[in-house]
Design a protein around this ligand. Structure first.
Ligand SMILES: [Zn+2]
Length: 163
């Protein structure tokens, strides 16, 4: 498999599916195949320490929910002497959900399902749905702003922000 390919079911770079099981809840056992670099200095001169099994809520596949099971490690960096827990693409530190899952939550609400319905459907707290949605809106807004704001507007920016 060439590097950087998006595994189509997972939809994130550098994952390889080892196996999957389940019908209502699909458990996808996957392996991260990308390069691992030190989060402090970027070095790849690392020593593997403890092993972790991470369980991440992932986007629905058809009507089924899915979770990604991925083994990660704590690493020791031989170059800077620091320890770190391995990061995964599409997963923010300390999160138990993937970014595609959060996007699914947010877009479901955006498309008209109530927070209550989305929280029931995806087995989440309502506050969590609200938080993902707020973040999604913030991001959409920024992308829109960056895409449609001509550079020349910058001249008047100060004037506006004073009001
Ligand atoms: Zn380092």
């Amino acid at each position: 498999m060439p590097p950087n390919i998006h595994e189509p079911i997972i939809g994130l770079p550098n994952f390889k599916i080892i196996s999957y099981q389940g019908t209502k809840l699909i458990e996808i056992l996957a392996e991260y195949t990308g390069t691992i670099g030190c989060i402090h200095c970027g070095s790849v001169n690392l020593r593997k320490k403890e092993r972790f099994q991470r369980m991440l809520k992932h986007h629905s596949i058809g009507l089924a929910h899915s979770v990604l099971l991925v083994q990660t490690h704590k690493f020791y960096c031989r170059d800077c002497g620091k320890y770190f827990n391995q990061r995964l693409p599409g997963v923010l530190p300390y999160q138990r959900s993937t970014e595609p899952f959060k996007d699914e939550v947010a877009t479901k609400h955006h498309d008209g399902s109530s927070i209550l319905k989305v929280s029931q459907r995806l087995a989440l707290g309502q506050a969590t749905v609200g938080r993902y949605y707020k973040r999604y809106l913030g991001r959409e807004f920024n992308e829109h702003k960056n895409a449609s704001c001509p550079k020349i507007l910058g001249i008047d920016e100060k004037k506006f922000s004073k009001n």
